[in-house]
Write a protein that binds this ligand. Structure first.
Ligand SMILES: Nc1nc2c(ncn2[C@@H]2O[C@H](COP(=O)(O)OP(=O)(O)OP(=O)(O)O)[C@@H](O)[C@H]2O)c(=O)[nH]1
Length: 446
């Protein structure tokens, strides 16, 4: 799992990871921002409608405050047929006919002037005096809502136009003309609607939208670059740490290996020491200490089991000094090792061969009687005589002499005495011309 994660982090594709991540985050923020901008545009449009409404309303109050205003009677400004008041039309001292414009007439004239421009207004009501002020479908619905739900305004986008309507209520100035319709002060009288193209709102927010797009795109690019750089830095750091780790591991491995070598060397030298404590270094057979220990053990064993027999052979190489003197000590060593191998080859598993000292060897033959011991000694002698030992180009032949002593409990002799008997027999064999076997006899020592 950890390896897979590291592989992913080190892949070059990992550098591109910030792209989808920041695309999602920045995209989400951009959409939110766009929605806020759209709301702001809508609010600006609403305020435009509200301002226009208040302007016309203020104009109407001004007119109402004056109880209507007079304007020259012309073709475009005829008498208001819906106005039933005295002095609706008067003549100035200079003879100019003047007709009265009440707030509604004035509003209608202003609306006419604004028709076709980017901002249109319309005065309408659910109880009309002037049928020309008939509300359209949207205005009817708006009037309904304003009246029934007592709304302060009603706003909606209808097709490609933004539409705004606010209510008009009966005020003191209106009563002169409308009291006869049954209205009282504060009653809902109608509404003034304002409309303009939606494109106006879009024009207002387009720049903001473009700026928002550019800002978000820039932020996206900067975040992607920063993110990729951060990942690149992380990759470098991880590589460095991995390198450090592998170097440390290889140092530990090296140290562990050398420690193992040291432990093995130590173990080998300990084994060697343990081996040398009981064996001869040159030939590998039991050393003097071990062979004497074993002889002691067998003699004790025999004391417990007197019916058993033990034979001891002492032997050495004939004229071995000559070998050393003629060919050198190394050749002498080779011959000694070969001599031991020849002997071992002829012995049983229970027999024990040991180096007693110099080129003298002892052989313990447990459970061996006189004639058997003789046979073994002869077999060994003949085997040595038949063998030859190679050292480089040199081939050497040797002979051996053997002394045989038998141990019987009833003799009541010590280990040293037993060894002496074998030594005496060996000495006798040397005297008899070497390359022969001699059994110790009481008379021989005399
Ligand atoms: N190369 C070698 N020679 C050894 C070793 N131990 C003893 N010797 C030699 O064995 C020789 C024994 O000589 P001697 O005691 O005179 O006996 P020998 O020459 O064998 O004559 P005999 O025993 O009378 O036949 C000496 O020259 C010792 O130096 C050894 O470990 N290696």
């Amino acid at each position: 799992m950890r390896e897979r994660l590291l592989k992913v982090i080190h892949s070059p594709w990992c550098l591109l990871l910030p792209l989808p991540f920041w695309a999602l985050v920045v995209g989400f923020l951009y959409l939110q921002n766009s929605s806020t901008l759209q709301d702001a545009g809508y609010e600006m449009a609403r305020q435009r409608g509200e301002v226009a409404f208040h302007l016309v309303q203020t104009l109407r109050y001004w007119n109402a405050q004056h109880g209507g205003v007079y304007a020259p009677l012309t073709e475009t400004t005829p008498e208001n047929p819906y106005l039933d008041i005295p002095e609706k039309t008067i003549v100035s001292p200079s003879g100019m006919a003047l007709t009265k414009l009440n707030p509604a007439y004035m509003t209608r004239q202003v609306a006419e002037l604004m028709r076709g421009s980017s901002l249109e207004i319309n005065l309408t009501s659910d109880q009309l005096m002037n049928p020309n002020n008939q509300p359209d479908a949207w205005e009817s619905q708006a009037l309904n809502r304003l009246k029934n739900q007592a709304l302060s305004e009603y706003v909606e986008v209808v097709g490609d136009r933004f539409r705004y309507m606010a209510p008009l209520y009966m005020e003191q100035g209106c009563m002169a003309c409308h009291a006869h319709m049954g209205y009282q002060l504060g009653d809902f009288r109608g509404g003034l609607s304002v409309s303009f193209p939606v494109s106006y709102v879009k024009r207002l927010t387009n720049d903001l939208h473009r700026e928002s797009r550019q800002t978000h795109l820039l932020a996206f690019l900067l975040l992607c670059i920063t993110g990729s750089l951060a990942i690149y830095g992380l990759q470098r750091l991880l590589k460095y740490l991995q390198l450090e780790r592998s170097q440390r591991e290889s140092i530990i491995e090296q140290r562990t290996a050398s420690l193992h070598q040291e432990i093995n060397r130590h173990r080998e030298s300990q084994e060697r020491l343990r081996f040398l404590a009981h064996h001869d270094e040159l030939t590998g057979v039991a050393n003097r200490r071990r062979i004497l220990q074993e002889l002691q053990r067998l003699m004790l064993q025999q004391e417990l089991q007197p019916e058993r027999h033990l034979a001891l052979l002492m032997l050495d190489i004939d004229h071995f000094k000559r070998v050393n003197d003629t060919h050198g000590h190394d050749v002498g060593d080779t011959v000694l090792k070969g001599f031991v191998k020849t002997l071992q080859h002829e012995l049983r598993r229970d027999d024990l061969l040991g180096r007693y000292g110099g080129e003298e060897f002892l052989i313990l033959l447990p459970d061996t009687q006189m004639n058997q011991a003789w046979q073994v000694a002869e077999r060994l002698r003949l085997a040595v005589e038949a063998a030859s030992y190679q050292h480089d180009e040199l081939e050497l032949k040797i002979t051996t002499s053997l002394g045989i002593a038998l141990y019987a409990v009833q003799d009541n002799i010590s280990q040293d005495e037993l060894i002496n008997r074998a030594d005496t027999a060996l000495y006798q064999a040397k005297r008899e011309g070497r390359n022969c076997c001699v059994i110790w006899q009481a008379s021989a020592s005399d």
